[in-house]
Design a protein around this ligand. Structure first.
Ligand code: AMP
Length: 206
């Protein structure tokens, strides 16, 4: 493995999170804190462009704190009138694939708050692309109130069972402290490793 020396300059972070609020008040509180802290640190928010759920909460918190917020929304969702109408900038794109590519392209790092299928799709696409060298952007998983405990256990299991290379777990920073996460995304060396694991390297511990 080789690593790239830190630190990375972070102008914008793409935030993936639920289009719903969920029923744990800690989710909304974390979304408010994340939007506020990003704005206070002069870091722009890129996100799905919706005004609903945790997405809308992050966007409004960042805007209220004077931050830059860029939305990227597919035409079909805009037509459903769920787009946020007061963003710094809103890009309307033809489909979900263009949206995910543009969101990641506009940002220097990723943070996932609690969310559902859409959030996981976006996070794992970013991770998948980074482990095959399409970009060099670290991902952060904000584990609010233990929401991602099971996912973190699965990540460890995927390494133990030889389907994910251990060093590629380093592409993902997880924790519950927002400022510490932003600092880690800025300073953590970016790992470079081959995605593929040869049979001789496999050390099955199951
Ligand atoms: P989910 O985690 O399934 O709630 O999906 C949320 C994620 O998918 C967000 O990060 C968005 O980028 C995208 N998304 C899902 N629903 C919407 C919506 N109604 N408006 C904008 N983006 C959405």
């Amino acid at each position: 493995m080789t690593t790239e020396s830190a630190s990375h300059s972070i102008r914008r972070i793409v935030v993936y999170c639920g289009a719903n609020l969920g029923n744990d008040p800690a989710f909304k509180a974390a979304a408010v804190e994340l939007g506020t802290v990003l704005a206070q640190q002069g870091i722009g928010v890129v996100y799905g462009g919706g005004g609903v759920g945790l997405m809308g909460v992050v966007a409004n918190a960042a805007l209220d704190a004077g931050g830059e917020v860029i939305g990227v929304i597919p035409e079909a969702l805009k037509a459903l009138e769920v787009e946020h109408r007061h963003l710094t900038d809103l890009h309307v794109v033809p489909d979900m694939h263009s949206r995910k590519a543009m969101m990641l392209g506009l940002a220097d790092a990723v943070i996932a708050l609690p969310g559902g299928f859409g959030t996981m799709d976006e996070l794992f696409e970013a991770l998948t692309w980074s482990q095959i060298g399409y970009h060099r952007k670290l991902c952060g998983l904000l584990n609010v109130n233990g929401y991602y405990d099971h996912l973190i256990r699965w990540l460890e299991h995927s390494v133990r069972t030889g389907l994910v290379r251990d060093v590629n777990l380093e592409l993902l920073v997880h924790g519950s402290d927002i400022s510490a996460m932003i600092e880690a995304l800025r300073t953590k060396p970016f790992p470079f490793a081959r995605k593929w694991i040869s049979p001789t390297e496999l050390d099955l511990k199951v």
